[in-house]
Each structure stands twice: as structure tokens, then as C-alpha cells.
Design a protein around this ligand. Structure first.
Ligand code: GSH
Length: 364
């Protein structure tokens, strides 16, 4: 009987949280800001800054350091877009958003792009006015527990409480994974309150994307056991492809953000990085010349030589890729700077030529 009540209680809590998430969804323009459909590029150029919706609470991905600066893997992709579009990686207005707020902020026009550890799902594509672009980080959900808890699997965690953020894919996956295993989800709006509850012992498990658990674990307060006091269980129980998201209805802007997102991958594929990006003036590799906006000579059958720079017609300046790679580096550099310190190996986030999933379409 008690078990049944726990299961019913769990289902209710999850449903309540999901309903809350759905209720906060507004239609575009509902909050008085008219979303610039088809005009985002011009709006960003006129403003001179990119409004990037980010996280401020996940070390390694989207985090505000002690000096108040935004740092992390996702933040570097905001910078990449600003460098491509405005030629200035610092021309970014970072707008911190909770998981619940993020799609409303996108729909209302408050942000130009959302880069906040956001998972691409069919429902978000179909019902949130959102267009998901290429995945920048292939992730999966996991469970973090105290090292002294003795838990080594989800099955060990019957009749426990699990802390989870509301408005996330995480809370739905959690219910799916526990299935008939009785447990109580405790939902929170933000990481700081969730962490306080976890430290307080209100929940035995903390579930989220594994990269984010690694980030949170890396900076766990020493007074509360530090990183060593926590273990992330081996199991990965969902697919969480994370990447940038733009508003539906502005294909030109979506393509610009998409290619800015792909540029660090292209650069890594071509062996270009922030240190050598200016050293390719004499390269005979036309793929590199096209990407870096260097002049290319073509000789027609009658011997006429034409010199031109490649322009794919995306609406970006010729120097966009040079500006971008100079500012943030290639994908390997972005990863090394932000994610490697968390101890997360590249794994599936390696180039396709190295057994990973990162694969950029041809820049030609
Ligand atoms: N990728 C998942 C989860 C994203 C998510 O919100 N993760 C949490 C877990 S660490 C987070 O970002 N917390 C920071 C906060 O909202 O304070 C999604 O798109 O729903």
C-alpha cells in the first residue's frame, strides 16, 4: 500500500511539474515584445550586440565566475556567433535563464539565440516555436549520489528521493527510468536551491545530464564533502543532444547560427586553430582558402585567370571564420578549455574521423 502511494505521489509530482512547464509557454509576442521574424540578423547588426540566452549555474558549460564573467562551453558558442556576425566576440549580452524560462524568452524575442545545455526533442521542435541547430555536445542523463551511499545502480535506489530540475527533459526521463521502482522526485527551479536540498539530505540522488553533473561535482563545496564525496553512476539512461536553438520563422538567421556553430568543427577537421589561423595565406588547399575567405584563382579553358573570394551567400562578412576561430578556437580548443577540466573524456564528441559524431557538412 505504502509503495503504491509513493508511486502515485511520484507520478503526481512529475505531472504537476510538467504541467507547470507547459503552462509557462507563451505564444510569440504575448509578453509585448514583437519577435523579429526573418529580421534577426538586421536586429542584431543594428543593436551591435547578440542577446544570448545562457545558463549561469553549470560550471564548464554556462557559469558566472567570481568576477561576474560568463564562462563555459556554451558561452564560447555565444562568442562564436557574435564573432561571425559582428566581428567581435565580446559583443554579447548574456541573459541568464532558468530551464523553465528559456523557451518563453526565445519566443518573445528577448534573446536571439538560446545556448543553454538544451536538449533537442521532437516536442520542443514542434511545440515551443523553436528550431534546433546542429548538436554541439552529445550528452546523456545520469545519476549522482554520495560516495558513501553504497548505491551503484538505479535499482539500488528503490524508495529514495531524487532531486531534479523542473522544466527539463531530465524529470521526464527520470520517471521513465525508475518505471515501477518506487521513488520520490523532488523538483526545483534552479541549481542553487536543488544543491541546498541535496546537501541537506532531502534527496539521495541528483539527476541531470552527465556533463552537468560533472560540472556541479567539480565545484562542490569542500565543507560538504567536495567532489570526492560524490559519485556519478556509470549508467546513462537517455540521449541528450545539446545545441543552439533559434526561433521558428527566420531561416536566414538559423543558417547563420548553424554555420557559426559548425565553424569550430570545420576548423578542427582542417587543422586550423586560434594559433595558426593567420598562417594559411599560401596554402594550396582550396577548402581552407574558401573557409578562411582567402583569394582563390580559377583558370578558364581560354586561360583567363579569375581571382575571387568564396561567398556562400549566408550574409556573413568574408572574414567571419577568421574572426571566430581567432576568438574561440576550434572545437578541440573549446573542449579543452571548458570540459576537459571536468574530467569528461571527448568520447562521442570527437570528430567522425576519430570515431565520434562530430561531422560538418562541406563548406563550399
Ligand atoms: N538538457 C536538459 C537539462 C537542462 C538543465 O536545465 N539542466 C540543469 C541541471 S544541472 C541546469 O542547467 N541547471 C542550472 C539552473 O537552472 O540553475 C534539458 O534541456 O531539459
Amino acid at each position: 500500500m505504502r509503495r503504491t502511494l509513493v508511486v502515485i505521489g511520484s507520478i503526481w509530482l512529475v505531472l504537476a511539474a510538467c504541467t507547470q512547464a507547459a503552462d509557462t509557454t507563451t505564444t510569440a509576442g504575448e509578453n509585448g515584445v514583437t519577435p523579429p521574424t526573418g529580421e534577426t540578423l538586421a536586429a542584431v547588426q543594428d543593436r551591435g550586440t547578440l542577446n544570448c540566452g545562457v545558463n549561469e549555474a553549470v560550471p564548464g558549460f554556462g557559469f558566472r565566475d567570481p568576477d561576474g564573467n560568463f564562462v563555459g562551453f556554451d558561452i564560447d558558442f555565444c562568442k562564436a556567433v557574435a564573432a561571425a556576425v559582428l566581428g567581435d566576440a565580446t559583443a554579447v549580452e548574456y541573459i541568464p535563464l532558468t530551464a523553465q524560462q528559456r523557451f518563453t524568452a526565445l519566443q518573445s524575442g528577448e534573446i536571439d539565440v538560446l545556448i543553454r545545455n538544451t536538449t533537442w526533442t521532437a516536442t520542443r521542435d514542434g511545440s515551443e516555436g523553436a528550431t534546433f541547430l546542429h548538436t554541439t555536445f552529445y550528452d546523456g542523463q545520469g545519476m549522482m549520489v554520495r560516495a558513501d551511499s553504497g548505491f551503484t545502480s538505479i535499482e539500488d535506489m528503490a524508495n529514495t528521493s531524487v532531486c531534479v530540475l523542473t522544466g527539463t527533459t531530465t524529470e521526464l526521463n527520470l520517471a521513465t527510468r525508475f518505471g515501477t521502482i518506487p521513488f520520490t522526485p523532488l523538483t526545483f527551479d534552479a541549481n542553487d536551491t536543488l544543491q541546498a536540498a541535496f546537501i541537506d539530505g532531502q534527496c539521495e540522488g541528483w539527476t541531470s545530464d552527465k556533463s552537468q553533473l560533472a560540472g556541479v561535482r567539480s565545484s562542490f563545496p569542500e565543507a560538504d564533502g567536495g567532489p570526492e564525496g560524490l559519485v556519478i553512476l556509470d549508467e546513462t539512461f537517455s540521449k541528450e543532444p545539446l545545441g543552439p536553438v533559434v526561433r521558428d520563422g527566420d531561416t536566414e538567421w538559423a543558417q547563420i547560427v548553424d554555420w557559426a556553430t559548425l565553424a569550430p568543427v570545420i576548423a578542427e577537421e582542417l587543422g586550423i586553430d586560434s594559433g595558426n589561423v593567420n598562417s594559411f595565406a599560401d596554402t594550396t588547399n582550396d577548402e581552407i582558402r574558401r573557409f578562411l575567405g582567402l583569394e582563390i584563382s580559377t583558370t578558364a579553358e581560354d586561360g583567363t585567370v579569375t581571382v575571387s573570394t568564396f561567398d556562400p551567400g549566408l550574409g556573413l562578412p568574408t572574414t567571419w571564420a577568421v574572426d571566430l576561430i581567432t576568438a574561440v578556437g576550434n572545437y578541440a580548443e573549446i573542449y579543452a578549455r571548458n570540459v576537459e577540466p571536468l574530467g569528461v573524456p571527448r568520447g562521442v564528441n570527437s570528430l567522425w574521423t576519430e570515431g565520434g559524431l562530430l561531422y560538418a557538412p562541406p563548406f563550399r
